[in-house]
Design a protein around this ligand. Sequence first.
Ligand code: ADP
Ligand code: MG
Ligand code: MG
Ligand code: MG
Ligand code: MG
Ligand code: MG
Length: 712
Amino acid sequence: MGLLALGTALDWPDAKQQAHLVRAWGIKQLLEIWNKAKGKERDIMLWGDEIEYLVVNYSKDDPKVLLSLRQADILKALADSNTLKVTGDCAPGTEANGDAGNVTLPIFHPEFGRFMLEATPGKPWGIDFKDLLTVEADMKLRRCIAKDHMLPNEHPITLTTFPRIGSPGVFTEPSYPVSGPKLRSQFVPDEIANPHIRFPTLAANIRSRRGRKVQVNVPVFRDENTPWPWKDPTVNHDLHNWPEDDDVRNGAAPNNFIHMDAMAFGMGSCCLQITFQAKNITEGRKMYDQLSPLGPILLALTAATPVYKGFLADTDVRWNQISRAVDDRTPEELGEKPLKNDRWRIPKSRYASNSTYISTDSRLRPEYMDPNLVIDPEIKQQLLDGGMDDRLATHFAHLFIRDPIVIFNEDLQELDLTKTDHFENIQSTNWQHMRFKPPPADNSIGWRVEFRPMEIQITDFENAAFSVFIVLITRAILSFDLNFYIPIVKVDENMETAHARNANLEKKFWFRKNPFPVRTTRRGGSASRSASGASTPNHGPSRPTTPPLGPVEDEYRLMSVNEVINGTAYAKATSKEVTEDAEEGEEFPGLIPLVESYLDSVNMDVATRCGLARYLDLIRKRASGELWTAAKWIREFIAKHPEYKKDSVVSEEITKDLVGAVIQIGEREKRGLGIDDLIGQVPDLEKLFGGFLKGKSPCGGGQAALEQELKD
Ligand code: ADP
Ligand code: MG
Ligand code: MG
Ligand code: MG
Ligand code: MG
Ligand code: MG
């Protein structure tokens, strides 16, 4: 979560007075690091993931599962180096002497929710393909160590959201009354947030700047017995504790929406993020741009969020809910009132899909940019005067339209150019689906790019699979100089599309038709396409031609997730819910075939290739619909539960059984056991995992044998 400096946090009216100063100093710090680091070369390829957990309090004998609010105690236990050891239980296959051996111990971080935990690898991964196969074991190790520092009934789980957060009654341990002064929520207590002053201040100042509570409304899923129109039965219209209690009387809770009113409903969600270090700034800027259009596709493919506040939602992913949960825009900025005190209308929340492309790539056409991008022209001018190029200056001048939300008085004494705190203040509260991370003030590491849209998956096998896939597609992008550009506003549109129930199977997304760097003289769809439908980049003798560019609209079309991931031929053979309508010559090769072409082009032993195949296979099958997303599996779990009354209500008992199933899956995975014994007990596990968690790898032998082989 960026920096966690201690000090006196300013309330919004005071913070607002200092916003201009923080921005001005932030820009000076940015220029300082830009001048220091713009020519940085030959940084090595490194990458790392972030896994976020919910901590639940679960016991078979208790009627309820609760969120544990012991984050601080758990982190304290984890930070104590004397106890942070890899025990025999957490390291199957190593000597059970309690020693970490040569394992790099993971790093645990606080998160917004007091019921959350984040874990990253002890050090970033390198370029070695074998590293890609240690990620899964490392993720399991992190989960295991985390569990070892919890109470017997506490479990780290990777559901994106707790199904009954904010439901009436008790849902945390310990429990607190609602309507605290910071959040002023009628559903969750202030104690739900990490008590470090940064977090409650963030929530309170967002609310205060906005002039009312955040409004997180999710369409409810209409089932057979759902009353219609549906009124969220948990909303109280008669509270008079805070001025903000008027919000619901002023229409904040419309019919047919699950209504939530606090930052915790969004920032209490767990996601899977991947950060890459580029060899230099040019490569970093290219990675940022090329990964941008993949964001919505991966959001839809990792969908895992079908329940909010005890009700089934009509959407499958968390994104918009987080966006609304931190939307600090005023009525003027939202366009609800004429501009008087504020500087501009702002079309998106500070948590949103990114609005800029930043690469120096000549293939970046002006038409891809957002014609309505809001920037701060003064800031842009300062950056240009400081030597930054127009494109990157535009990017930061866009991020800097926002106010800093949390300001510590102690940091306003004098500008310190050996720090980047003021820059990071604005940068780290622009929660976009891509983040371009400049080196830190000491310039010790390189330019990094973070890929942020993915939902956390239930198992570490899946989390490793998606992490590895993103790494490999990045390698393929750089190796083949792939081009995924489409207008950035089409990426926004795709982000909305990704929210629909079953978007991964039933919706279509704008995607670039031809991802290859130059147009080859390919007419009639013949060149470089193998019989299997997979194609390889054309390095053949056909002379590349660069015809004049046609209209931008001709460069992209609508595709299913299946088509984007697996390619047109595979999608045509497997898609059930949508028709694949590629024209002659418009067949898309598919991201997985592109990754496979890349793997074919590098030297790799069979075991490594086999291990990677296991991950690619999961993604292939999720994209084709052969396997379900977690969102679909959770929906089916609820639908089949004897307690479910087809009325969209996810009761305490259903929640307990769902979380119980997730814990059981996790326990078996951690111990390297298959889930065979759960099949039959827990519905539809084969639909979620296929044969992947049966303790076997597709190359024969068990996963343990594969891991052993890789060690040797
Ligand atoms: P944030 O929360 O700001 O995104 P974190 O420190 O939680 O940042 O996580 C960033 C991820 O980046 C971690 O997985 C970490 O291992 C990884 N990482 C750290 N240093 C580098 C680097 N030089 N290059 C690439 N990744 C890195
Ligand atoms: Mg985090
Ligand atoms: Mg982090
Ligand atoms: Mg963070
Ligand atoms: Mg988070
Ligand atoms: Mg991050």
